[in-house]
Structures are given as structure tokens and as C-alpha cells.
Design a protein around this ligand. Structure first.
Ligand code: HPA
Length: 235
């Protein structure tokens, strides 16, 4: 047990999928894992462990934003020995060619700051995805026929943005979408020599103002979960 995760040692798998929403962790565990078992409910941040095609997998909510994700990822890596961490979540589309329901696989994540900024100080560290996971996720997405984009995303500190000029610069520099967690996950993975990836579903679009109706979310999010699982166990 740790401060934020009530699971016993051994109840967390080496492979962890991390949606922001704890109820999406429940939904993904119940729909994609065999024999899912609730292993954490501290602060309502649900975590489940089961198997996928015989491989042990934990699906643990991360909460919203990098400070929250950082707490869970630090404990998963440092205390429970997680070796492969894949964020599954939603993002806002930022380019014309990116449509609602498409999947974005993040090679890298730009940010204004992350919980690691305090140690990086003057360094503009470039957080980057694990290549083996990235490659396997792209292969899985192509096999599935899911419209998928691979490139940079923006990990923002705010959902309610008061600086439209920042989003404009991101779009101008080819950033595919905005979310709030991946950059710190990639920082932590680099620091602790583990593998990380973010596979995201476009739930809304900053250019068109479109948003995915809630009744259509499940199918789109299901593709993302399968892509993440196939990537984790491709070797
Ligand atoms: N901004 C930040 N995070 C998000 C968004 C967004 O538009 N959509 C989904 N996650």
C-alpha cells in the first residue's frame, strides 16, 4: 500500500493503462480484461487488475492534470514496479486533418511546465514516447483501420484556457491535439527507465468546436484501449 494506492504489493501488474477518469478505468477493465478485480479505491481513483489474453494488466485512473498523474505514476513505478505505462485518454483536436473520434499517438508532448520543471530548471527537456510501444501501437491502429495520427501533442496545465495565443502557436507548429497529462508521464518514464506511451481519442475540436456526443464515446474509446493493449504485448 502507498499513500494514494490501496493495493497490496503484487496486486498491480507490470503493465498499467492509465485513463484520467476512474470510471473509464472501471469501464475498460470490465469490457477488455478477463477477471478484473478492484485493487484500488483510495480517493475514488479506481484501479483494476485482470488479464488480457493471459497477460496481467492493471487499469488505474490517473485523475486530471499532470500533478495528479504524477502522484499515481510515481507510486506505480517506484512502489509497485510498473514497467509499461500507457495513458489512454481524450484530447482536443488542433489540426484540420484531425477529426473527432480519430486516434492520436503522441511521439512527444510540449508543455509550458510540468511537475518536473523544478528539477529541469533551465533545461527544455523533450519528453518522448517509448519507440517500441509507439511502433507497435501504430501497427495495431493500422491493422484495425482506425484513423490515426502520430506526432506531437500539447500537455496543458489548464482546460479553461485564457491564452488563445498559446493554442495558436501549438497549431502553427503542427501540434495534433491538447490534453493534460502525457508530458509528465514521459518525463517520469525517462527518469525511471520504464516505457510510456499516450494513445488518445479526439473528443472535441478546438478549430471546429465539435464535440463527441456521450453516446458515441464508447466505440471510439474502445479502439484506443485495444490499441494500447496490443502495443503493450506486441513483443
Ligand atoms: N483541452 C485540454 N484537455 C483536453 C481537451 C481540451 O480541449 N479535450 C480533452 N482533453
Amino acid at each position: 500500500m502507498t499513500i494514494h494506492i490501496g493495493a497490496e504489493k503484487g496486486e498491480i501488474a507490470e503493465t498499467v493503462l492509465m485513463p484520467g477518469d476512474p470510471y473509464r478505468a472501471k469501464w475498460a477493465a470490465e469490457n477488455f480484461l478477463e477477471a478484473p478485480r478492484l485493487v484500488n479505491e483510495t480517493r475514488g481513483m479506481l484501479g483494476y487488475t485482470g488479464t488480457w489474453k493471459g497477460h496481467p494488466v492493471t487499469i488505474q485512473g490517473s485523475g486530471m492534470g499532470m500533478p495528479s498523474l504524477s502522484i499515481y505514476a510515481n507510486e506505480l513505478i517506484g512502489d509497485f514496479g510498473a514497467k509499461t505505462l500507457i495513458r489512454i485518454g481524450s484530447c482536443g483536436g488542433m489540426q484540420d486533418q484531425v477529426a473527432i473520434r480519430d486516434v492520436i499517438i503522441a511521439m512527444t508532448a510540449t508543455s509550458l511546465s510540468t511537475p518536473s520543471s523544478g528539477i529541469f530548471k533551465e533545461i527544455n527537456f523533450a519528453p518522448c514516447a517509448d519507440w517500441s510501444l509507439l511502433k507497435a501501437a501504430v501497427t495495431a491502429a493500422e491493422a484495425k483501420g482506425t484513423p490515426t495520427h502520430v506526432g506531437g501533442i500539447y500537455s496543458s496545465d489548464v482546460f479553461y484556457d485564457e491564452r488563445p495565443d498559446l493554442n495558436e502557436q501549438m497549431m502553427r507548429h503542427g501540434i495534433l491535439g491538447v490534453e493534460m497529462e502525457a508530458a509528465e508521464l514521459y518525463n517520469l518514464a525517462a527518469r525511471h527507465s520504464v516505457r510510456a506511451l499516450a494513445v488518445l481519442t479526439v473528443s472535441d475540436h478546438l478549430k471546429t468546436g465539435e464535440a463527441l456526443p456521450s453516446d458515441q464515446r464508447e466505440k471510439s474509446f474502445g479502439d484506443m484501449v485495444e490499441i494500447a493493449l496490443e502495443a503493450a504485448f506486441s513483443e
